[in-house]
Design a protein around this ligand. Structure first.
Ligand SMILES: Nc1nc2c(ncn2[C@@H]2O[C@H](COP(=O)(O)OP(=O)(O)OP(=O)(O)O)[C@@H](O)[C@H]2O)c(=O)[nH]1
Ligand SMILES: [Mg+2]
Length: 370
């Protein structure tokens, strides 16, 4: 029998039960780092970088993969991508402006995504194309909504005439506002008839979205105790229509009461759109009732405001606001990236925090540097 090499830990007088074979070890080729450097990168096919023309042609031909990549480029926080994105945007601008932009807001859980799925599917049946952009400041914390949306907009997400894109993140080269505006334009250039911008009703959000859309829809739920709060907060004043969702089962009567309350309250509020009286409706996104009525209202609204010129007037006004936002954003970037400011800011911040100097004095000190 061939003599077997035994490991060194085998007891001296051990029998055959320890006939473990030990193979001579080999010097490792691994550099000790996790993956990556151990292979020759040059041999791997590299993903080709898209040129400005690739992006522009892709978007104009409604290639959804390139459309998504273009939005990623817009959302990027790197200066290199920023310049390229602006060039792409410039070339796409002549093809924008033809979609109906609709903002949809409501507290978390009001049923926005479920409603978008229901209305979106109706639009698909009518041969419309739809892009859904979701701004959700809470998603970066909870990550919940985006995941939830994948299941809540399942049918819509699968449809070839729809495009769903979750929230753009803020960052140093412009926040959510600029990115959402630009993303809207990219989707318009791709030829989507309707664009939904979904946002959670938190803080400044609703005002921002109102400044980007033609029609603003507020989703409410009856009996959640936020009816009057909503009226107080002034969000109601921004809405062209209020939709009481979840009007199903036991909730139907409560939804109807809420509808009447809101309709009454609206009598005392100014309409956000000249020549249009905001409507209050009920619907059930889950059982898909009352959905086509909402679309009818939106179409009626569009007809009225286009004819009266209010539609164009609002868009012109929004463009003006946009211009100012861009200037403000740029000035802030220039200011906070100036080497002189970068040098003195940390110390000044420390001094203000510890109460050594008043904030007003610190602010003037900074401003005098430029
Ligand atoms: N009974 C009933 N439940 C509904 C209806 N619409 C939505 N829901 C439920 O309400 C919950 C929240 O719905 P979503 O569509 O995710 O609400 P959302 O407003 O998009 O929520 P966030 O994205 O988290 O802000 C889900 O469990 C839905 O199934 C409805 O018409 N009736
Ligand atoms: Mg949602």
């Amino acid at each position: 029998m061939k003599k077997v090499k035994k490991p060194e830990w085998v007891p001296k007088n051990a029998g055959d039960e320890f006939t473990t074979r030990v193979v001579q070890g080999k010097e490792s080729q691994h550099n000790g780092m996790p993956g990556r450097k151990s292979y020759n990168r040059k041999k791997l096919p590299r993903r080709r970088q898209l040129s400005v023309e690739d992006y522009v042609c892709g978007v104009l031909s409604k290639d959804r993969t390139i459309l998504a990549q273009t939005i990623t480029l817009i959302e990027s926080n790197s200066q290199k991508h920023f310049d390229k994105a602006q060039e792409v945007l410039k070339q796409l601008l002549p093809y924008t402006g033809n979609s109906l932009r609709i903002g949809i807001t409501g507290v978390p859980g009001a049923g926005k995504s479920t409603f978008i799925e229901a209305l979106g599917c109706l639009l698909m049946k009518q041969d419309n194309s739809l892009a859904v952009l979701a701004i959700d400041p809470s998603s970066s914390l909870s990550k919940g909504s985006v995941l939830g949306d994948k299941t809540r907009m399942e049918k819509l997400a699968m449809h070839p005439n729809s495009f769903i894109r979750p929230s753009p993140a803020g960052g140093k080269l412009g926040g959510v506002t600029r990115k959402t505006r630009e993303t809207t334009l990219i989707c318009e250039a791709a030829g989507y008839d309707v664009i939904f911008i979904e946002t959670v009703g938190v803080g400044q959000n609703e005002i921002t979205v109102r400044s980007m859309v033609d029609f603003f829809l507020l989703l409410k739920i009856a009996g959640a105790g936020d009816e009057l709060q909503g009226i107080k907060k002034g969000v109601v004043e921004l809405a062209d229509a209020i939709l009481i969702n979840k009007a199903d089962g036991d909730n139907k009567t409560r939804a109807e009461i809420a509808r009447r309350d809101f309709a009454n309250a609206l009598n005392y509020l100014r309409s956000p759109t000249k020549g249009w009286k905001p409507e209050v409706l009920t619907c059930s996104a889950i059982s898909e009732t009352g959905i086509s009525e909402v679309w009818d209202i939106i179409k009626k609204y569009e007809k009225i405001v286009r004819r009266s010129g209010v539609f164009t007037e609002r868009r012109n006004q929004q463009n003006l606001g946009w211009m100012h936002d861009l200037v403000n954003e740029h000035l802030l970037n220039v200011f906070y990236n100036d080497p002189r400011i970068l040098e003195i800011l940390p110390n000044l911040e420390k001094e203000v925090r510890s109460g050594k100097i008043p904030p007003t004095k610190a602010a003037w000190k900074l401003l005098k540097e430029i």
